[in-house]
Design a protein around this ligand. Sequence first.
Ligand code: GUN
Length: 283
Amino acid sequence: MAQLLDGKKLAATMQAEMKIEVAEIKARDAKVPGLVVILVGEDAASQIYVRNKETAAAKMGIFSKIDRRPINITEKELLDLIKIYNEDERFHGILVQLPLPAHIDEEKVIMAIDPKKDVDGFHPLNIGRLFAGDPLMIPCTPYGIMKLLEAYNISIIGKNAVVIGRSNIVGKPMAHLLLQENATVTIAHSKTKNLPEIAKKADILVAAVGVGHLVTEDYVKAGAVVIDVGMNRDKNNKLIGDVDFAAVEPIADFITPVPGGVGPMTITMLLYQTIKAYNIQKS
Ligand code: GUN
């Protein structure tokens, strides 16, 4: 039976530490780290994500603001808004909730954010620094996974890591973070041939494809570390991961549950990086 990688518990521990750090900053500097979240439109899932970010920020004493804008905001208006927040010293982190409506070029919007305030780690400069092995802001989900591996003393050096999924938000940065820690990394994706065979070579397997219960026991080597980034809904609208937990848990050494694994780490790392952004901008 695998040991659970308890993201909920680690997130709570880190958030308690961060709360203390914010209190120390406040006592020392008479100000606190600030995060602005820009939300365009009324997308239901985005509304929930954004509210969760606000609640978590408040718990840690981080100043946060949600700037809600109508769905018909023009690209220029959004770019101008980002420019204002780039200059606003109350906010050390800027997050533009994705997806954006189709008439707005997401890349242009991300490019407009000051890389030092890019707490999502999506700006090309931050991607480039990560790929060059000198990261500044790191995409929160893969960063949270690295923290989980570290917290459970899982060694990465020389391990075979297989990342299923090649998104800019998770798969690609995940692969580079593992590479930086000296894993031998394979990125698999929807066009990969013999996926189960390749996945089965992994000592560390990260599933970030968005296909519910794709990863079964046929994909997992005995003793592997299995990380499930999936957030899918089954036909009963129940939240399920990319990994078939019941099938994989008996053969893995470590596994993340869904929910309570990777999810709570993502929001924690966002606030962690807001504090980091504060410290960078102050110095
Ligand atoms: N929408 C879903 N996940 C994310 C994320 O990590 N960052 C942003 N900005 N938008 C998202």
